[in-house]
Write a new protein. Structure first.
Length: 128
């Protein structure tokens, strides 16, 4: 099951963070078709956000065809987005790189800026 982490200082709407984290879990194979998402109540208890925010995120995921709400049962993954397993060698290399960046005393924003710049260079013009 996915555990949402909300960054209140990111400038990204809370419901968008939930959508993004769910998609990330789908891409990494951490969520697969048939898996149940946490209930709105569970997310609220873990993150102290408004239940309507969770429901808005789940509705967006449903609109995109990624999840489906089953009345009285919860919200379930309809389709996966996994192309690279969470334990792929590329992830391990990226993990090593992030450790080196942290050891070099780079902050989260600096690492994100570096990574984004490299993504833009190599994937310019491609859809997300």
């Amino acid at each position: 099951m996915v555990e949402y982490r909300i960054d209140r200082h990111s400038g990204v709407a809370t419901y968008v963070q939930i959508v993004q984290q769910t998609k990330q879990a789908l891409h990494l194979g951490m969520l697969e078709p048939g898996d149940k998402l946490p209930t709105a109540r569970e997310v609220v208890e873990a993150t102290a956000i408004n239940p309507n925010t969770v429901l808005k995120a789940y509705r967006e995921l449903e609109r995109e065809g990624l999840v489906e709400a089953r009345r009285g049962l919860g919200t379930f993954v309809r389709k996966g987005l996994s192309t690279t397993p969470a334990d792929s060698p590329l992830r391990l290399e990226l993990d090593d790189w992030a450790e080196r960046a942290r050891a070099a005393r780079l902050g989260r924003d600096e690492v994100a800026a570096l990574f984004t710049a490299v993504l833009e260079k190599h994937f310019q013009g491609e859809p997300s």
